[in-house]
Ligand binder design. Structure first.
Ligand code: NI
Length: 257
């Protein structure tokens, strides 16, 4: 039987300090089978590895988020590289560009995005890309580094349908989460209905971006059925089909089959 594949969560976040175990104990009953926990800053690298070793349903991605990239050095990056051969690591991420917060300096963000794209190529792992208000530079750097040979997902996708088709052409998956349930998310609804189901994966970005009816509250993977249902309605298919197909997609994305 197929189960929901959660492709992007942050269970190392302090928002889960008190009741992480309780959430994990409920996953199976809510139909959630596997979770990829995503690192963001330097402190999260070992926490994510540790969680992925402790729970058989959990994998991890290791990498540094653009907004947290200021303290990176070549030496620190080499330390992350050494951990990528661990069998519980399924991707490099999250990496990318964030011009919404716009710190650190764009030059620094670009430098570490490029360095981590090359690190992923070298380690033969896909990438989890975070890109906010930086569509053009993200696409440019992905092209410069032949990202179609690396593969991965554009997570929490926030751009147009037209650009989604460009990412898909490069072999990338589009990560869709709670935002698709928001009334005003016209663009993302177009994407969720407009690209092939083959290219969509489900995610929450927990603890952020809870779907309706929990918008504004702390998010967890337990809310993924709302995301699957919203995509199903937009496409005029059943939630079961969305769940089954996106599970297969996530297995392809993270090379688990
Ligand atoms: Ni994230």
């Amino acid at each position: 039987m197929s189960m929901i594949f959660e492709t992007h969560a942050h269970y190392n976040d302090e928002a889960f300090l008190e009741d992480r175990e309780e959430i994990f104990a409920q996953l199976k009953d809510r139909g959630i089978g596997r979770v990829v926990n995503i690192a963001s800053d330097l402190a999260s690298i070992d926490e994510c590895l540790d969680l992925a070793h402790r729970y058989p349903f959990m994998y991890c991605a290791l990498g540094i988020h653009p907004s947290d990239s200021a303290p990176l050095t070549d030496e620190l990056l080499a330390g992350i590289r050494d951990k990528l051969d661990d069998p519980r690591v399924v991707a490099v991420g999250e990496i990318g560009l964030d011009y919404y917060w716009d710190t650190p300096d764009r030059k620094i963000q670009k430098h570490w995005f490029e360095a981590q794209l090359e690190m992923a190529r070298e380690a033969d792992l896909p990438v989890v890309i975070h890109s906010r208000e930086a569509a053009q530079d993200t696409m440019q750097l992905m092209q410069d580094h032949r990202a179609q040979e690396i593969g991965g997902v554009v997570h929490c996708y926030s751009y147009s349908l037209e650009l989604a088709r460009e990412f898909v052409k490069m072999g990338f998956f589009i990560g869709i989460g709670g935002v698709v349930t928001f009334k005003n998310a016209r663009k993302l609804k177009e994407v969720a209905a407009g690209i092939s189901l083959e290219n969509i994966v489900l995610e929450t970005d927990s603890p952020y971006l809870a779907p309706v009816p929990f918008r504004g509250k702390r998010n967890s993977s337990l809310n993924l059925p709302y995301v699957a249902e919203a995509i199903a309605q937009l496409r005029g298919i059943s939630a079961e089909e969305v769940i089954a197909r996106t599970e297969e997609n996530a297995e392809r994305l993270y090379r688990l089959r």
